[in-house]
Write a protein that binds this ligand. Structure first.
Ligand SMILES: Cc1ncc(COP(=O)(O)O)c(C=O)c1O
Length: 398
C-alpha cells in the first residue's frame, strides 16, 4: 500500500482561517479552528435554526451523546463520567464551589494558570480553606526533583491536590501520573488541569486515576471555542451541584444520571460547539495529525534550545519529550513584557505572548504543523533588532 504523503506547512496553513500576514506562534492561548471543523459548527447551528424546538429537545441531545462517546474513546474515560463545559475555568469553578471545607489545604504549585489561582483563592476565602502554592525550582532537573519539591508542601491539613498536566506560562509537562498515584496513597482528592493536553499529549484518564480532570477541546484539539470537558470519578459525581441551576436540577423527568442531568442541560444555551468532536477527530485522521505533531515536537526541542541560547538563558527543563510538547517558553529579561509583545505583533507581524509569571517573564512559542522553523529564526532577528534599537529588553548574559 502506498503511504499517503503528509502535507507541508503551507498546505496545512490553508486549512485554517488564520490571517496570512501573521506569523502565528501563539496557538497555545486560544487555539485556532480549521475550516472543516468550523464548517461543522455552522452545520449544527443551521440545523438548530431550521427547527429550534426539535433540535434543542430531540436531535441535539442525541448528537451530544454521540459526540461525548467519541470524546470518551479518545481520552479514555467513560462517557457517563464526562460532561461538556464551555472551558476549564468553568470546570474548576464547579469543583471548587462544591468540594472545599473549612480548614482544608489545597496543595498546588506556584506555576499554575492565573485564572485557576484566582478561582481557588476566591472559593477558599468563602469557606476558610487555604491554597498552598508550593514553589517549584526552575530549571527542573528531573521528575524526581519535581515530585520531592511538590510534596514538601504537604501538611496534615492537606486534603486536595490541584495540578496542571502542562503549565501555561512555562509550557512544561508535569509528572501528574506519579503525583496522582502518591496522592491516592495519602488519601487525597486529585484535580488535574489538562487545559493544554487534549489533542496535544496522549491522554488516558482511566489510567491516570485522578478524581477530577478538565481539558479544553478548543485548544490543541482544534474544536470551536467553548468546547471543553469535565471528568469526575463516580465517587464524586453526586457531590457536585451545578454552577448554574436549570431544568436538570432535581428534575421529575430524569434523562440519565444526576451528574448528567444537573450539569449537561442548560436551557437555551447553544451547545453546537459540543457536537463538533467527531469532526475534530476526523480532521486529525485525515491530515495525519499525530505524525505531523511528532515533527513539531522535534522542532520545539531544536528551536527552543536556539531561542534560549540567543536570549542567554537556560531551558526550563531537560530538553526531551518528558517535559516538552508543542509549547516552548524561554525566560526573557524585560521590564516591559506587554510592550514587547505589542511591538513584535505590530512591527513584525509575530503573534507571540510575553508573559509575566511571579517575578519572571517568559516568551512562549507554540509550534503547530503550519509553523516553519524559519519563523523562530525570524523571531530571533526581530528580537535582535528590538534589542539594538530600544530599551525594551536586555540579554540575561549581556
Ligand atoms: C494551564 C491552563 N489552565 C487553564 C486554562 C483556562 O482555559 P480557559 O480560559 O479556556 O478556561 C488555561 C488557558 O490557557 C491554561 O493554560
Amino acid at each position: 500500500m502506498i503511504e499517503k504523503k503528509t502535507k507541508n506547512a503551507k498546505e496545512i496553513r490553508k486549512l485554517f482561517l488564520l490571517d496570512d500576514s501573521i506569523s502565528f506562534l501563539n496557538f497555545g492561548s486560544f487555539g485556532a479552528c480549521p475550516l472543516p471543523i468550523f464548517e461543522d459548527l455552522i452545520k449544527w447551528q443551521r440545523l438548530l435554526e431550521k427547527e429550534p424546538v426539535r433540535f434543542i429537545i430531540e436531535y441535539g441531545p442525541k448528537f451530544l451523546v454521540e459526540s461525548k462517546e467519541a470524546l470518551s474513546s479518545y481520552i479514555g474515560a467513560a462517557a457517563s463520567d464526562l460532561i461538556f463545559v464551555p472551558n476549564p475555568t468553568f470546570a474548576i469553578n464547579t469543583i471548587a464551589k462544591n468540594i472545599l471545607s473549612h480548614g482544608d489545604e489545597i496543595l498546588t504549585t506556584d506555576l499554575e494558570y492565573g485564572a485557576m489561582d484566582y478561582t481557588w483563592k476566591y472559593h477558599c476565602d468563602q469557606v476558610g480553606a487555604t491554597y498552598i502554592r508550593q514553589h517549584i525550582s526552575l530549571p527542573l532537573k528531573t521528575k524526581a526533583q519535581f515530585i520531592e519539591e511538590f510534596w514538601s508542601g504537604f501538611t496534615k491539613k492537606t486534603r486536595i491536590v490541584f495540578i496542571s498536566q502542562m503549565t501555561s506560562s512555562t509550557g512544561l509537562i508535569f509528572p501528574v501520573e506519579e503525583i496522582c498515584a502518591e496522592a491516592k496513597r495519602r488519601g487525597l482528592i486529585t484535580i488535574v488541569d489538562g487545559a493544554h493536553i487534549t489533542g496535544h499529549i496522549p491522554l488516558n484518564i482511566s489510567s491516570l486515576q485522578a478524581d477530577f480532570y478538565t481539558g479544553a477541546c478548543h485548544k490543541w484539539m482544534m474544536a470551536p471555542k467553548g468546547c471543553s470537558f469535565l471528568y469526575a470519578s463516580k465517587e464524586f459525581q453526586d457531590t457536585l451541584d451545578p454552577l448554574i441551576i436549570s431544568w436538570g436540577y432535581k428534575t421529575h423527568n430524569p434523562h440519565s444520571t444526576q451528574f448528567q442531568d444537573y450539569h449537561q442541560y442548560n436551557g437555551t444555551l447553544d451547545f453546537s460547539a459540543y457536537l463538533t468532536i467527531p469532526a475534530a477527530l476526523e480532521f486529525r485522521t485525515q491530515h495525519q495529525w499525530d505524525k505531523q505533531i511528532e515533527k513539531c515536537r522535534a522542532s520545539v526541542l531544536k528551536k527552543g534550545a536556539e531561542l534560549s541560547s540567543y536570549l542567554g538563558t537556560y531551558p526550563l527543563a531537560p530538553l526531551n519529550d518528558e517535559f516538552y510538547g508543542q509549547l516552548y517558553s524561554a525566560q526573557i529579561e524585560t521590564l516591559y513584557p506587554e510592550e514587547l509583545q505589542r511591538i513584535l505583533f505590530t512591527n513584525y507581524g509575530i503573534e507571540i505572548p510575553v508573559m509575566q509569571h511571579g517575578d519572571k517573564c517568559y516568551l512562549r512559542f507554540s509550534f503547530q504543523p503550519f509553523n516553519r522553523e524559519e519563523e523562530i529564526d525570524e523571531l530571533i532577528s526581530a528580537l535582535e533588532e528590538i534589542r539594538t534599537t530600544t530599551d525594551l529588553w536586555v540579554k540575561a548574559n549581556a
